[in-house]
Design a binder for this molecule. Structure first.
Ligand code: ASP
Length: 455
């Protein structure tokens, strides 16, 4: 097993060490050959002789060698290991590489993205990409630590499920056991998390994968994304906002990422539209943008409903939301619909909506009224949401939640040009998976089993 990483070598001066890694570069000076050996922690210079001749960049090797202090004038202060070099005693090629289809010693942004994603396992060898993956892992670790300290339970919810509306198209999966029927992949765990509140869990979170079949857009990850999904019982709007704000501040402080204003400024939807002509906006100065400062803000008091093309009503954010308390009577009586404000709160950062949530309708009649205003017939409501309306009738506690998007937050933190730079295996903009060739065709007999015919 590998026990020593490259970044630890400066502590081993005078010792013989064993290292594993890839050849980042090679300089052949006839009698002596220099290589830079790379692992996930960095690179270190290794000096060898004849036996280094057969090595090529990106071969994966093992070496045994003596760690030596470099003479003063050869110290490379730009490198973590720049004070030492390793005099190789033995070298073994563990696997010789073919020439790589893409360079991995650049930042990669100059390469066609389709090609990068086809060879994602090579693309991820770049130190920049490894750094992003490591940051993502740390970020999630700090979020978990914070929420566990606050008494939250982490609970998984199903992926094969019923449709849950978040305003996008569903991905559907055919059922073999019940031909002609389909599962939908969750657009979010919204309904399951609310049901956990009815179950008495009180504080739930999940690093949740959500699936939305939206038209590809440059600033979105197509298909699936990850959010911190969270729900709490016996809370009001400000409680959820305060919890998330404190969590963000705690996590960002630990990662040493500067936040522009604490507490986060709060704008009503009306104020935001008047001031920025949008409900997401960038509060940073040009100087702050250069320093990569994160500018958070909340937006509240959104209209609950908006007109549809056909003159009816639809929800603006989330059909499971409660209105602000003073509009509850209007909702129940389906009056002054255009004036009803929702309890929705959106979190904005650096010009993006990075999360949103609300206090929910915890009575059957409240939720039913939302669907009635949207023009759904009794039968349709019962068919699609009967389970929720029934469940709310069994002593559902008042509850609310939120779901910050992790891909987007990490894109803001890293200043990367796209969400795809902080996701290990994102889809291409055309909706194809990295490396593997999904979506792909399926054998005739498999389709038969599912009772499906392709037209
Ligand atoms: N379910 C919502 C979403 O995924 C977030 C929430 O209200 O908790 O956008």
């Amino acid at each position: 097993m590998k026990t020593l990483s490259v970044e630890q070598t400066p502590d081993k001066i005078g010792e013989t060490v064993e290292l594993f890694g890839w050849i980042d570069s090679k300089r052949d000076h006839k009698k002596i050959v220099f290589i830079d050996l790379r692992d996930r922690t960095g690179t270190v210079q290794v000096v060898g002789g004849e036996d280094f001749k057969e090595l090529s960049t990106e071969d994966v090797i093992w070496i045994k060698g003596l760690v030596k202090k470099r003479p003063e004038k050869l110290i490379n202060s730009k490198l973590k290991t720049g004070t030492i070099e390793i005099e190789a005693k033995e070298v073994k090629i563990l696997n010789k590489t073919k020439p790589l289809p893409i360079p991995v010693n650049t930042d990669g942004l100059e390469i066609d993205e389709e090609v990068r994603l086809k060879y994602r396992y090579l693309d991820l060898r770049r130190p920049r990409m490894y750094k992003n993956l490591a940051l993502r892992s740390k970020f999630i670790d700090l979020i978990r630590q914070y929420l566990f300290k606050q008494g939250f339970l982490e609970i998984e919810t199903p992926i094969l499920s019923e449709t849950t509306p978040e305003g996008a198209r569903d991905f559907i999966v055919p059922s073999r056991l019940q031909p002609g029927k389909f599962y939908a992949l969750p657009q979010s765990p919204q309904q399951y998390k609310q049901l956990l509140m009815i179950a008495g869990v009180e504080k739930y979170f999940q690093i949740a994968r959500c699936f939305r079949d939206e038209d590809p857009r440059a600033d979105r990850a197509y298909g699936e994304f990850t959010q911190l999904d969270l729900e709490m019982s016996f809370v009001e709007r400000e409680d959820v906002m305060n919890l998330i704000e404190s969590m963000v501040i705690d996590v960002y402080e630990k990662l040493k990422i500067p936040i522009q204003k604490k507490p986060f400024p709060v704008f009503t939807y009306q104020e935001a539209i008047k001031k920025f002509d949008a409900d997401k906006f960038d509060l940073r100065t040009e100087e702050e943008k250069k320093k990569n400062i994160q500018a958070f803000a909340w937006v509240v008091d959104f209209p609950f409903f908006e007109k549809t093309d056909t003159g009816g009503w639809t929800f603006t954010h989330n059909p499971f939301s409660a209105p602000l308390p003073k509009f509850m009577n209007d909702l129940l009586n389906k009056k002054n619909v255009e004036k009803i404000l929702t309890s929705q709160y959106d979190l904005v950062c650096n010009g993006y909506e990075v999360g949103g949530g609300s206090i929910r309708n915890h009575t059957p009649k409240g939720l039913k009224a939302v669907f009635e205003i949207m023009g759904l017939k009794e039968e349709e409501i019962n068919l699609k949401f009967g389970h929720m309306i029934e469940a709310l009738g069994y002593g559902a506690p008042p509850h609310g939640g939120i779901a910050p998007g992790l891909d987007r937050l990490l894109t803001c933190i890293t200043g990367e040009p796209s969400l795809r730079e902080v996701i290990a295996y994102p889809m291409t903009s055309g909706g194809r998976t990295s490396v593997m060739k999904a979506p792909s065709t399926v054998k005739e007999e498999k389709l038969k089993e599912l009772g499906i015919k392709i037209k």
